[in-house]
Design a protein around this ligand. Structure first.
Ligand SMILES: N[C@@H](CCC(=O)N[C@@H](CS)C(=O)NCC(=O)O)C(=O)O
Length: 219
């Protein structure tokens, strides 16, 4: 069965994209241009009615939602040990992943796509401004989680090696730059992200997606 990953450059799909590269999986990366609305095309919606990336297909099976895709790739490539096996390590991994996916990520959606939440343009500006403040605090919290991991002797957020939580951290910090947040405001997190970017499998995805690590432009 052929694995296909539908991804958009710089989007949250970066996380499973790096996992597939780290696992040395044979897969077809399919680029979707969100700015051109390719995720809302009839063909794409017929495949995945939620109209978002990432989507992983394995033969006839269509899997959406980062959390489910991460769990699937982990189970398919057990030798990559993406998710810790011990009960507490596993719970801590899912705890951070869930928080990234259900709290930090949607906060950025309010900044990047405020039109999803209201048609009122003035309200969109207010939503955006308010969420930039929240996002700044969440990045500081993420830096705190990294410090905690390091204090516990872990070099990576994901555990003993670079993994999905580290790729998600890179994505979230990069998005901070789009929101006008200087990565230097969270220097330990920024240093970590630069280290994540040098992991060969991650570097290959950065190249394929043609990403700049920071999009921050001083005002
Ligand atoms: N809850 C979804 C969120 C996916 C998501 O927000 N994807 C974004 C890119 S980062 C997207 O496709 N946005 C386009 C849209 O929602 O119209 C998941 O975990 O996979």
């Amino acid at each position: 069965m052929t694995l296909k990953l539908y991804y958009a450059s710089g989007a949250c799909s970066f996380v499973p994209h790096t996992m597939l590269e780290m696992a040395g999986a044979t897969f077809e990366p399919v680029a979707i241009k969100l700015h051109k609305g390719e995720h809302k095309s009839p063909e794409y919606l017929a495949m995945s009615p939620r109209g978002q990336v990432p989507v992983l297909t394995d033969g006839e099976q269509v899997i959406t939602q980062i959390v489910a895709i991460i769990a699937y790739i982990d189970a398919k490539f057990p030798e990559s040990a993406f998710i810790p096996k011990d009960p507490l390590g596993r719970a801590r991994f899912v705890e951070t992943l869930a928080w990234m996916n259900n709290t930090v990520h949607p906060t950025f959606t309010h900044i990047f796509m405020p039109g999803k939440f209201t048609d009122d343009e003035a309200a969109q500006q207010a939503i955006k401004g308010h969420n930039v403040g929240l996002y700044r605090k969440l990045l500081a919290e993420l830096q705190g989680l990294l410090a905690k991991a390091k204090a516990a002797g872990q070099d990576w957020l994901s555990g003993v090696h670079c993994g999905p939580l580290d790729a998600y951290a890179l994505t979230l910090l990069r998005w901070g730059g789009i929101a006008g947040i200087n990565p230097e405001d969270t220097p330990e997190l920024w240093a970590h992200v630069q280290r994540v970017a040098q992991v060969p499998a991650v570097a290959r995805v950065i190249e394929r997606e043609k990403l700049q690590l920071t999009l921050y432009k001083p005002a």
